[in-house]
Design a protein around this ligand. Structure first.
Ligand SMILES: Nc1ncnc2c1ncn2[C@@H]1O[C@H](COP(=O)(O)OP(=O)(O)OP(=O)(O)O)[C@@H](O)[C@H]1O
Ligand SMILES: [Mg+2]
Length: 361
């Protein structure tokens, strides 16, 4: 079972391996209690635990062993080179090294690492991916799971799960992913199966809603509905008027669309910066210039109509929604199909987590 405790929505997905093939057998969602999760931390473990149980009940999931993930600004991912040395020594060296670039005292951090391998031409060195997160953040997740009666088998970092969901089978492919959640957009770039880049952009689906509310002077609930019925206009036609009809008739001047486009433009700018950064890093690493040509979108915020097209024409690279069923099939059952139809893009992280369980077993 994979568990994704989002700011907006809690998702649980159960994957079963039958005859060598991974299949989603159950899935459920439940709204996250308002304000109970912020910046990746669970602020109210008991209310979130109750919501997890609701999501499990909704999906008919009974298992109690779970793969979960942490995310947030304070989760730091770095790559570093070390001289070749035994694993225990490396663990010590990593601890020392991590202290230099985590923005909080190393004694307050949970630190883990994964050996990536020797860089080309340097057999005496090993490249290591180091992950650090505040102990308090990790503890808030563990406590929440325990309160929900769950036993965490492993804690991933969210960006790592995306490549598992969208990669081409078992091939070590490359992909640039943008998980547009409620509060943030999490970017991840995997190259040849190695996570090379992660970044959290503080713009998410809720910012589109807030911009609509502000531009129209209406409440957040109205704005959320209007957003879901509207479309981000293609960049050049932003100025073209013509409102979309929302409940009480057409909205003048395309104020909703303009609000959506202005947040879209901010998001595009951040994506551009990160693509440029990844391209520059890849050039240094590989000595060849092959700029990234595509971005895969996921997360509930990616369901905003017209957003992929908007980003594509702003960025000049192909932008398309990721298929959460790329590497896993769906068991028969209409209820399951309904959950996927209603929440597909929101389920990616939970699917990636459950897939880890299948890989590990
Ligand atoms: N049909 C839709 N059209 C536009 N936006 C949508 C639609 N459905 C959901 N959203 C938006 O998706 C966002 C929630 O996405 P998601 O479930 O991925 O968030 P989360 O994982 O809980 O958040 P985070 O990853 O930031 O913790 C909300 O901002 C919501 O408005
Ligand atoms: Mg999310």
């Amino acid at each position: 079972m994979g568990l994704d405790i989002g700011t907006i929505l809690i998702k649980v997905v159960e994957i079963t391996k039958t005859k060598g093939a991974a299949e989603i057998t159950r899935a459920g969602v439940h709204p996250t209690p308002e304000g109970a999760v912020a910046d990746g931390s669970v602020l109210d473990p008991s209310r979130v635990a109750a919501a997890i149980k609701e999501a499990m009940r909704a999906g008919g999931i009974r298992s109690n062993e779970v793969y979960a993930a942490i995310a947030g600004d304070d989760v730091v991912v770095r790559h570093a080179l070390f001289p070749r040395m035994p694993r225990e020594e490396l663990a010590q060296a990593v601890k020392w090294d991590a202290g230099a670039y985590i923005p909080y005292p190393a004694k307050d951090a949970s630190i883990d690492f994964q050996i990536i391998g020797s860089p080309a031409g340097s057999p005496d060195k090993i490249e290591v991916m180091i992950v650090a997160a505040p102990k308090k953040l990790v503890q808030s997740h563990v406590e929440t799971m325990q309160l929900a009666g769950l036993y965490p088998l492993a804690l991933d970092i969210q960006p790592i799960t995306l490549d598992r969901v969208f990669r081409d089978g078992n091939a070590e492919t490359s992909g640039f992913y943008a998980d547009i959640g409620g509060g943030t957009t999490d970017l991840a770039y995997s190259e040849d199966g190695v996570l090379r880049f992660t970044r959290i952009v503080p713009i998410g689906g809720n910012d589109f809603t807030a911009a609509v509310a502000e531009a129209t002077g209406r409440g957040i609930d109205w704005a959320e509905t209007a957003k879901r019925r509207s479309r981000v206009p293609v960049p050049s036609s932003t100025a073209v008027a013509g409102g979309v009809s929302v409940e009480d008739g057409a909205f003048e001047d395309g104020a909703v669309e303009q609000a959506l486009a202005s947040v879209g433009a901010r998001l595009a700018l951040e994506l551009r910066r990160s693509l440029d950064y990844c391209n520059a890093q890849a050039r240094t690493r590989r000595g060849v210039d092959t700029p990234l040509a595509s971005v895969i979108l996921t997360g509930g915020g990616s369901r905003l109509a017209g957003l992929a097209e908007f980003l594509e024409s702003s960025l000049g690279v192909a932008v398309s929604p990721g298929n959460p069923l790329k590497n896993v099939s769906l068991a028969k059952g209409s209820r399951l199909a309904d959950v996927l139809a209603a929440h597909g893009p929101s389920l990616s992280v939970a699917i990636g987590l459950a897939l880890r369980g299948v890989e590990d077993s």
